[in-house]
Design a binder for this molecule. Structure first.
Ligand SMILES: NC(=O)c1ccc[n+]([C@@H]2O[C@H](COP(=O)([O-])OP(=O)(O)OC[C@H]3O[C@@H](n4cnc5c(N)ncnc54)[C@H](O)[C@@H]3O)[C@@H](O)[C@H]2O)c1
Length: 445
């Protein structure tokens, strides 16, 4: 384990290794995931407690921190880090709607910590947000909550606009009305769009040119964040991170999905020719970056969180096959484990951001991709099959998700379509929901 991967030993480790069946509801041909179902405590207590490595002098004007999306992947790492690294300095409130990709297993280790609270709430509800801000006297917001899976955004893009744009707007407006000393907004390198192979890495002042509904919604959210900075002097910092991987990531994303497929001895399904690359950061490293920006960053600034580990999807397959000890050096061997399928409607070939500005604050990634991948494979081998419940349908090629219900593409296509809404009706519903929220909040969203 490199110094970038800090695991606190869980004091409650029993010897029994039994796996439990999670609460899974099957209806029609689908799976409904229950983010509240805990894995068998005998297994859970063996899970390493994964946090970052940094610790700074606490900020005197910060006491109560709200972290949106705290039961999801990156935010759960950050919530564990803040709660356990600053037990006497910061109270941490994880605010999450518990969407299909969330699980309370991610923060269960904190349940007995006096400086940790979980609040079930939706960022698109001004009332939920207002209640949380007041109840906990919040002075700082870290905003992670989002619809985060690009593939789903091609089929369900309204949900992405609703959560990522409208939800961010609600949070900003509520933060303004309540008054906070810091609002840290988590964005992505995808807002810059595709970067050609021979182009320079992009700095924070580069133009935003998103190309898919997910990245467009994140860029739109950034516009709103910037507007609140300008119009209302809201003390915001925006961060744009490369792809993040590591334990606790929901297995819809490429690395955990491929690990679990190989674990099941199933073929890896690669979109298109597999040549698009991504730069990857280990989760412990982004936690350190966020901790650094929180304690040393300048209000009003934007920071790229950048890695140099650029890997193509097909190279990722090779690396994982190597770890699993599966022969892959000839085309025949590779074809036993890798199948190419239709590509996304549009797939950015690569993203490339420059991290000089953050490096000046003293941060650098400590975990090599090789080490991070090894630790990640190990974690998914032990916990991946049970951490979220029945993830079988998520591991299929183009699963469809609505709320917490998941279908395979084929099952969803076979569903009767009479319940479907046309775009016009869908728009009306969305407006009605926004109006209901407005009324619930006393007219001042
Ligand atoms: N994963 C990456 O590689 C990556 C890279 C760069 C930036 N980001 C950004 O980081 C953030 C976190 O990404 P992640 O991959 O950890 O996400 P995730 O999908 O694992 O978690 C998202 C969390 O947000 C919650 N959520 C969704 N809608 C909500 C709502 N309306 N109200 C309250 N909670 C809600 C979900 O329940 C879930 O717990 C996102 O903003 C994403 O755009 C992610």
């Amino acid at each position: 384990m490199s110094d970038g991967m800090f695991a606190v030993t869980n004091p409650r480790s029993p010897s029994d290794t039994q796996y439990s069946a999670c609460n899974i509801t099957h209806r029609r041909n689908s799976t409904v995931l229950n983010p509240r179902s805990y894995v068998n405590s005998q297994l859970w207590t063996q899970a390493p407690i994964l946090i970052g490595t940094t610790k700074f002098d606490p900020l005197p004007d910060v006491r109560n921190i709200m972290v949106t999306g705290g039961a999801g992947f990156i935010a759960c790492w950050f919530v564990r880090h803040l709660t356990l690294t600053y037990p006497d300095d910061y109270n941490v409130v994880s605010f999450d709607k518990l969407d299909y990709c969330a699980t309370l297993n991610n923060t269960r280790v904190l349940d007995d910590c006096p400086n940790f609270t979980f609040e079930h709430g939706d960022i698109t509800s001004p009332m939920d947000v207002k209640k949380c801000l007041r109840k906990h006297n919040i002075d700082t917001i870290f905003h992670f909550a989002a619809q985060s899976h690009v593939d789903l955004s091609f089929g369900n893009s309204y949900q992405f606009t609703n959560t990522n744009v409208y939800g961010t707007h609600v949070l900003l407006e509520r933060a303004r009305a309540h008054g906070v000393s810091r609002f840290i907004h988590i964005s992505t390198d995808e807002v810059y769009g595709d970067v050609p192979m021979d182009a320079d890495d992009l700095s924070e002042t580069s133009l935003l040119a998103p190309t898919n509904p997910y990245s467009a919604s994140k860029a739109a959210a950034e516009m709103m964040v910037n507007a609140y900075r300008k119009s209302f002097k809201l003390p915001v910092i925006t961060v744009r991170s490369n792809n993040v991987y590591g334990p606790h990531q929901f297995p819809e994303k490429i690395i955990p999905k491929f690990i679990l497929l190989l674990q099941r001895r199933s073929k890896l399904v690669v979109h298109g020719d597999g040549t698009p690359t991504r730069r990857y950061l280990y989760a412990g490293d982004i936690v350190d970056a966020l901790d650094t920006i929180f304690h040393k960053g300048v209000i009003g600034q934007i920071y790229n969180i950048a890695s140099k580990d650029e890997i193509s999807n097909i190279d990722l397959c090779h690396q994982l096959l190597e770890i699993f000890g599966l022969p892959h050096s000839t085309p025949e061997e590779l074809s036993l484990w890798v199948r190419h399928t239709e590509d996304r409607p549009f797939n950015d070939h690569r993203y490339a951001t420059d991290g000089t500005k953050l490096a000046a604050l003293g941060w650098y990634p400590k975990t090599t991709f090789e080490d991070g991948l090894r630790v990640t494979v190990e974690w998914y081998r032990r916990f991946g099959e049970v951490w979220w419940g029945d993830i079988g349908r998520i591991l299929t090629s183009f699963p469809v998700v609505a709320g917490n219900e998941i279908w395979t593409k084929e099952e969803h296509e076979a569903l009767p379509s009479d319940g479907e809404l046309g775009p016009e009706e869908n728009r009306t519903m969305w407006t009605k929901k926004a109006l209901n929220n407005l009324q619930a909040s006393g007219g001042t969203v």
